[in-house]
Design a protein around this ligand. Structure first.
Ligand code: 5GP
Length: 209
């Protein structure tokens, strides 16, 4: 695909890592003005009371999800717990062509699939500060009984072992600090060799002859 000058930021973590809170904070007005956008996934999960269709997710039925997947409309799709999630390809590629920043909140498997499909993407893994804190955060959600909690905790620990596969790792001890670390990573993208405008550099070199 044609990437344009846009950038893909894949944010992933085990559940309880805190990636959704970080993503919400990244989309504050100042960053939106700079062209940062959140990739809104499609899901078969039922909508929670505080969610709005088209804001957190596009909520669809299972047959609708399958039809979209068959038409190749997803850059990646995954089953997470008992529901399906997919990253729509078209808005992602549109932001890339327009030179913006697309932020994706996906599970670990989704992060690896996206990185394969878009090798220029930057992946950031969010880790909880300790096992105790991870267990506390999972419990705090209060949506799970003890058995499911233990399953989530085990799964989170095995995902955390994959941290080396990510370009960056941010420890979410304190939300404000974690958000500013992620912002610093995104804001320094343009300094990476691969994003440098070489025409400007060659102009600079000519002038110094
Ligand atoms: P939740 O249902 O709690 O909002 O999200 C459950 C998990 O699904 C989270 O880990 C979230 O990052 C992940 N997720 C959300 N959208 C997508 C997606 O489009 N693709 C993949 N692979 N994971 C997603």
């Amino acid at each position: 695909m044609k990437q344009g000058t846009g950038k893909i930021v894949i944010i992933s973590s085990p559940s309880g890592g805190g990636k959704s809170s970080i993503c919400r904070r990244l989309l504050r007005a100042g960053n939106k003005r700079k062209g940062w956008r959140f990739s809104i996934s499609v899901t078969t999960r039922p909508r929670r009371p505080n969610e709005r269709n088209g804001r957190e997710y596009w909520f669809v039925s299972y047959p609708e999800f399958v039809a979209l997947r068959q038409r190749g409309e997803f850059a990646e799709s995954c089953q997470v717990h008992k529901y399906y999630y997919g990253t729509p390809r078209e808005p992602l590629e549109r932001t890339l062509t327009a030179g913006g920043v697309v932020i994706l909140d996906v599970d670990v498997k989704g992060a690896f699939k996206l990185k394969k499909e878009y090798p220029m993407a930057v992946s950031i893994f969010i880790l909880p500060p300790s096992r105790q804190e991870l267990a506390r955060r999972l419990k705090q959600r209060g949506t799970e009984d003890d058995k499911h909690l233990r399953i989530r905790l085990r799964r989170a620990l095995s995902e955390m072992k994959l941290y080396r596969k990510f370009d960056y790792v941010v420890i979410n001890r304190e939300l404000d600090t974690a958000v500013s670390e992620v912002e610093m990573i995104i804001n320094s993208f343009h300094c990476q060799q691969r994003f440098i405008d070489h025409r400007r550099i060659s102009g600079l070199l000519r002038e110094s002859d």
